[in-house]
Write a protein that binds this ligand. Structure first.
Ligand code: SF4
Length: 339
């Protein structure tokens, strides 16, 4: 017999009221702006890692109004180290749309929110449910796992799995108390019914969950072998006692729009005159991106004074004590801090 939809949502709501992670910083004040930023951060980052970044972001831009005039560089600087920088670029694009199209007010309709860059159906649903308390379903990885186990749906055996899971998520959501329900199901997926473990004995869904009732063993998916390419990145860092020469990266495969030392490519080999340097050092770093292993060589060239360069790329001599104000990839930042 199929478990009851009402029992599902009721048990989650009651559980959340007592056990929910209400101390997470984005849950303390749930404005559409704060929910939006937190949801974007959590798209590809774990809660523990996201917390300090969220706090720093909100300290700098506490409200939607305060971010409306931020530049893409300023937003990227705050994102520095969090990775998946396209998310920060999408925040910039979305707030520009909000500024010009919605007169600086966060849109309140699902369709309008979903149209904003970087926001898919689940993120739009989360903003509707948490910030506007409207009964919209969500389907992030945690929710998908909880529902599929509750109904004992085998991911591997189902065609159109996502389509069918959206239907289930829609059916299982309550019409009221959507705020507690949405946060509750996210928390259960993150802490009780996780990818690695199931703790049915403390789960509020235990009495109706088909996986638990039938004592079905969870088959753990073997971690997929990471298919990665290797790439060599040859960089030249020119610096003086107080300044560093950085270029805004125009390549869209990774680290787009971040500030970097000069990448040695055919067309820009001669931008920096190596023979004028007073000292030369080389650092090698290995850095893993999700889809790419970067083998980075940085040739550090010290100069007595700054110079202008002839380049089509945007560049800037920045003060060494200002590197935190620029969006700079984490491995490069580590090297810069040694100067
Ligand atoms: S009862 Fe067990 S399997 Fe079912 S949702 Fe809860 S933790 Fe997951």
């Amino acid at each position: 017999m199929a478990p009851s939809n009402t029992a599902f949502s009721k048990n989650i709501i009651n559980w959340y009221k007592v056990n929910g992670r209400k101390d997470l910083p984005w849950r303390k004040k749930t404005t559409p702006y704060r929910v939006w930023i937190s949801e974007i951060m959590l798209q590809q980052t774990q809660v523990k890692t996201a917390i300090p970044y969220f706090k720093k972001f909100i300290k700098t831009y506490p409200s939607l109004k305060s971010i409306l005039h931020a530049s893409e560089d300023e937003i990227l600087a705050l994102w520095s180290g969090l990775g998946f920088y396209r998310r920060a670029q999408n925040i910039f694009k979305a707030k520009e749309i909000i500024k010009y199209h919605y007169k600086g007010k966060f849109p309140s309709k699902f369709e309008e929110i979903r149209e904003l860059p970087g926001i898919g159906r689940s993120t739009a649903g989360a903003i509707m449910a948490i910030a506007f308390k409207q009964p919209y379903p969500i389907l992030d990885a945690n929710v998908k796992r909880v529902i599929s186990r509750y109904l004992n749906i085998n991911i591997a055996e189902r065609k159109n799995f996502d389509k069918s899971m959206w239907e289930k998520s829609e059916l299982l959501k309550p019409d009221s108390e959507i705020f507690d329900f949405t946060q509750g199901i996210m928390d259960i997926g993150a802490t009780i019914c996780t990818a690695k473990n199931i703790n049915c004995e403390i789960c509020p869904l235990e009495n109706n969950c088909l996986t638990s009732l039938n004592s079905i063993e969870i088959i753990k998916n073997k971690p997929k072998k990471r298919k990665v390419k290797k790439e060599f990145l040859d960089l030249i860092l020119a610096y003086t006692d107080k300044k560093i020469l950085l270029f805004k990266r125009d390549e869209n495969r990774f680290w787009q729009s971040l500030w970097m030392p000069l990448e040695v490519r055919d067309e820009n080999q001669k931008v920096i005159k190596i023979k004028n340097a007073v000292s030369v050092n080389t650092y090698n770093i290995l850095h893993k991106l999700t889809h790419l292993d970067l083998d980075i060589r940085i040739t550090m060239l010290k100069f007595n004074k700054v110079f202008s360069v002839s380049s089509n790329m945007e560049y800037s001599w920045i003060n060494t004590n200002e590197i935190n104000n620029f969006g700079i990839p984490q491995p490069i930042k580590k090297i810069l801090r040694k100067l």
